[in-house]
Every structure is written in C-alpha cells, then in structure tokens.
Design a binder for this molecule. Structure first.
Ligand code: M6R
Length: 599
C-alpha cells in the first residue's frame, strides 16, 4: 500500500506533492520520492520517512508546475534509495510512480533486459517505465494503452514525460486512485486525504480507464482509447475523517478492507489449480519430520488454524506454540524441523527470540509477516508476505485474515510439493473468499444488534471445537481487547469439565459450529448452556438443525478448511460494536501497543 500524488497546474507542484504525501504516510513509509518536470526531469528520493525527503529537498531549488510523488510500503525489493519511486527510463525522459503489484514483472524484465534496458532497482514497478519507453513513438496515450495490455496485477500509475511537459497521465486497476480539480490545477492521489486541503471536487476512474491531467482540464479515456465524460463528486467530509476513508475508526476501516487485503495476498499465488511460492522453491519438504508454528496473540490464533489444516492434509506432526513459551521451553527441534514464525509487525520481541533459538538449533525457518524489511524478514531463512497494508488499529483484523489465507495456501502448497492429493475445490474457493466476506459485511447491522446483548455484561463465553476453537480464541481476544469485557474461549467439549459452573441466567455464550465432523456436538453443548439460562449467539452454516437458539447467523457454506476466515468477520464486528456501545477508544485500547518489542 504505497501513497502517490500528482500535480499539473499553474502553481508550484512541490507543496501539493509533499502535503499529499504527508497525508498518505499512514499507507506506508519506508521511503519517499518526487519528480518535478521543468524542461527536464529532476527526481529526488530517500530511504526512510518523508521528513528525510523534505530535508533533502532543501539542498535543491526545485521549481516546476508539473510533478509526481510517492511514499513507499515495500512489496518487491527492500526499502532502499534505488527501490524508491519515482522510477525513470534510461534517457530520463519518463518518470512514474506506481502503487500495486505487477505480477508478471519477471517475464517483462527479462524481455526488456534482452532489448538492452538497464534496471536500477529490484522493484516490479520499474518494468513499467522501460516498457513504456519501448512502446513510445510520439503518442504517450497510445504507449500507455499498450503497456496496460501487457502488465498483469494491480496498479495505480502517474506518468510524466518531457515530451508532453504540460500533462500527467494516470490510470489504475485494482488499486485506488482519485483525481481532483482545483481552480488552477488537476491533481491525483491514491487516497482522498491527500486532495482535501486543495479541493473537494473529485473524479473516480474505473479499472483501466486513463485520464490526462492538464492545468485547466482533464480528459478521460476508456480502455480502448475512446474519450469519455465523467461526472465529478463532492467529498462531504474533512481530512481527519478522510484518513479513515469516511469510517469512524481505523479498526472499522481495516475490517472493511479485508476483501481487498485478501485479494492482494492471493495475487499471483494460484495458477489454475497450482499454488506458487517462488520464494520457497529451494526447500525440499521431504527433509522434515515435524513442523512448528510459533507466534503471539492474534498471529498465534492464525497459526493454530494453519497448523491443524497442515496436519490434516500432510499427516506430518505439527505443533503450535506461543513464542514466549517456545523460546524458554527447550523445544525438541533440529535440522529436520520446519519452524514457521508469524508476525504482523515482524518486530515482536518474543517471536524474534523464538526464531533465534530455532536457528541456533539448526531448524529451517520461515517468517510470515506483513512488513517488508522487518527484523523477522531479515533473520529468517525464507520469508512470505501478507499484503494487508499498514494496520493502524491496535486490534488486529485484516492482518489476521491475511495470515489465515496465506497459511491455508501454504498448507496446500506443502501438500502439492509432497505430491499428496490436494483438495482442488478448496484451492479454487480460496479465490472467492473476498466475495464471501463482502456478503458478510453487508450484514453488519445484525452483528451490531448482537453486540447490544453484551452492553452491560462483565463476561462472555466463547465455545467451538476443532478449527472453530481457534476462531473463538481470536473472537474472545478481540472482544476483551477493545471492549474490556472479560471473555474466555473454551473447547465446547470441555464445558462440562468445569467452565459450565460459571453459566447462569443471562450469561452470554458465543458459539461457532462450522466443521461438519463436529458441529452437531457443539450444538448439543449449546443446549447445555441454554438449559442453565445462557443467551446464545451462534455462528454456523445452514447444514445443521438447531433448536431453541434465537440468535443464529448463517455463514456462507464453503469448504470446511476455509470457514475460519469467514467466521472471523462476525466476531470482529461483534467485538467492535460492543466496544463502541460501551464508549471505548477502539483504535487505542488501554495498556496495549501495536508492536510489542519488549519481552
Ligand atoms: O506483530 P505481531 O503479529 O507479532 O503481534 C502479535 C500480537 O502482539 C498481536 O497479534 C496482538 O495480540 C494484537 N493486539 C491482537 O489484536
């Protein structure tokens, strides 16, 4: 999730670009850069936060009415000066900024290198500028159209050319881009906050439409290059609300971003029925006789789910442990153990400590993280990235579901590499998960209503079995983190061994029953709580007969292994709305930090 800005107008471009980048820094901030066009192109970029770029720019006297800017959240290539945007062609006549992932960049790069193009960076984005150069024959719009026919993946692009000094070409696919019109300029950015200090009048373009921004006008074109007209819209909210994209809190925004984050995490990973993990191609999975998953908090819950699925599919012994325990419990691991460390931030002290121990014991290590260049990504032997984009709310939501989807893919990948029978239906259905999540999000008011049941409660009980147990552990964590209601999760079969003593008239029990081999047992356990006066909220599918439960939400029927991703959404929303009803500061819960870098 990078941030991009573009200005073409009658005033200086730089102030707009920089203020816009500052508003977009929440999208990612490992490096930043700008290009200003004034007869020639001047590009200045810096690794690190935007302020370093601002300091660097003091050494220049940059003037120009046309320019583009970028703040980066690395996906391909470590955060570095060379990998920072904008990227320029060899002749320095073209410059562009890109947000998204070009999936087929390797093939394109090979083709361009064979034609004599020189690459400066490790990024996927740089192929676009050289490809554009190779197609340019005097008409920039046509060259851009040809590029769009060749590139696969997601992109928002802003392009400058010295041969067309009074314009900027912008386009997008599956990546946000909004265009604005001020009295003196046409502007663009990856998100509305970057525009609001200048204008509230905006235009939205559809995937693969192209716009040419000029100081006094904007021309829009469809995919085939035919000029089209667009109506502008007026943004009804202010900058602070816009940073949250109109949502009241970052947590809610991030909950709603899950379909997109999951699509990005899956991007380029499934080809027909084959799973691709280029990064792991040197691993011979036959060498392992045991697998360990290690993480903390929400990431640990994702691991519990991933581990169960991996064990079911591969029949390899798979263990999951909380990092703070693993690192001090002298685990029995050696060079035949595969250890997997999952961390959104990649900086959690306990997880890093556990990873170092595994390395000392010669186990193979794979990190799964959301932050490129994070310590865990540098320390592990191999690394896989979730593509959730920056998660700002302390309570993890989109990081969790992207971890789940990646872990599921990973389990199927190992099965594929071990030549085991793979559930192709599940692999194909993984790609429909974003759509199913959108459907569940449409029912948000239902979960808001369930949340009212918790308004004055001190406790809540979550129950589930098998994969549903991992889901309820996460549901209970979410509820306690943001609403401060004491919540515990139990294996439903364990209720009768103790916890049921706590159930009384008015107790709230949140149950999940989605796993075909065991759901009916959980449903029986629910009856035991109802008999003792509990008010039950049940998340299930319409496969099962349920009596006496008033509050049932039917999740879409998907392959059992994928069900946990869908279950996460109602549980997140119940926690979220409970916290709101109780007046809690949802984004910054008391006593918690986003990244726990101490033991
Ligand atoms: O950055 P990490 O994934 O390593 O963080 C692990 C936990 O600290 C984190 O998941 C924490 O439990 C969240 N607050 C959960 O919402």
């Amino acid at each position: 999730m990078c941030g991009i800005t573009a200005y073409c107008g009658n005033d200086e471009a730089l102030p707009f670009l920089l203020q816009g980048l500052e508003k977009l820094e929440y999208r990612g901030y490992d490096s930043a850069g700008i290009t200003i066009l004034d007869k020639s192109l001047t590009t200045v970029k810096c690794k690190g936060r935007l302020q370093l770029l601002v300091d660097e720019l003091e050494k220049y006297d940059l003037k120009g009415h046309v320019g583009i800017g970028h703040t980066r959240w690395a996906t391909h290539g470590i955060p570095s000066h060379l990998n920072s945007h904008p990227h320029t062609n060899d002749k320095n006549t073209l410059s562009l900024v890109h947000n998204g992932i070009i999936e087929n960049y390797r093939e394109l790069k090979e083709e361009l290198v064979n034609k004599g193009y020189h690459f400066q960076s490790e990024t996927d984005s740089e192929v676009v500028v050289h490809l554009l150069d190779s197609y340019y024959q005097g008409n920039l719009l046509k060259a851009v159209q040809k590029v769009l026919e060749r590139i696969e993946g997601s992109y928002a692009l802003c392009i400058l050319s010295t041969r067309h000094p009074d314009e900027i070409i912008v386009t997008k696919k599956d990546s946000p881009l909004v265009i604005g019109k001020t009295k003196n300029a046409s502007v663009a950015a990856s998100d509305i906050p970057a525009l609001l200090a200048y204008t509230k009048e905006v235009y939205f373009i559809e995937d693969n439409e192209i716009a040419i921004l000029k100081a006094n006008q904007i021309h829009f074109y469809d995919q085939k290059g035919k000029e089209i007209t667009k109506e502008s819209s007026i943004i009804p909210y202010d900058i602070d609300a816009a940073r949250k994209n109109g949502y009241d809190t970052f947590m809610l925004k991030e909950i709603y971003e899950q379909p997109y984050a999951i699509k990005e995490t899956l991007r380029g990973r499934i080809q027909n029925e084959t799973i691709l993990f280029e990064e792991l191609k040197n691993i011979d999975f036959l060498q392992f006789n045991k697998v360990y998953f290690v993480a903390c908090g929400t990431a640990y819950h994702a691991c519990l789910c991933g581990a169960q699925i991996l064990e079911r599919i591969t029949h390899l012994p798979v263990l999951t442990q909380v990092a703070s325990e693993f690192r001090y419990n002298d685990p029995i691991i050696d060079e035949h153990t595969l250890t997997i460390f999952v961390s959104q931030s990649g900086e959690t002290a306990d997880t890093l400590g556990a990873l170092r121990l595994a390395k000392e014991k010669k186990a193979s290590t794979i990190a799964i993280t959301n932050v490129l260049g994070s310590t865990i990504s540098r320390d592990a032997d191999y690394v896989l990235y979730t593509c959730a984009g920056p998660e700002i709310a302390v309570a993890s939501t989109k990081a969790y579901t992207t971890q789940l989807i990646l872990l599921m893919l990973f389990a199927y990948y190992i099965a594929q590499e071990l030549h085991l029978t793979v559930n192709t239906k599940a692999i194909l259905q993984l790609q429909q998960v974003p759509w199913y999540i959108e459907k569940i999000l449409e029912d948000a008011c239902q979960f808001k209503e369930y949340a009212t049941m918790l308004k004055d409660k001190h406790d809540a009980y979550f129950i589930g079995r098998s994969l549903d147990y991992a889901s309820v552990l996460e549901g209970a964590l979410k509820l306690k983190e943001v609403s401060y209601i004491h919540a515990d999760a139990y294996v439903a079969g364990e209720l009768k061994h103790g916890p049921i003593a706590l159930i009384e008239e008015g107790s709230v029990v949140i149950a999940v029953a989605t796993q075909p081999h065991i759901a009916s047992k959980t449903i029986s356990n629910i009856q035991e709580t109802i008999a003792r006066g509990a008010d039950v909220i049940l998340l299930t599918t319409n496969h099962y007969q349920v009596k006496n439960v008033e509050n049932i939400y039917y999740l879409p029927n998907v392959e059992p292994t994928l069900q946990s991703i869908l279950t996460a959404i109602p549980l997140q929303l119940i926690a979220y709305y409970s916290a709101c009803i109780r007046g809690c500061d949802v984004d910054k819960p008391r006593n918690l930090a986003k990244s726990v870098t101490v033991e």
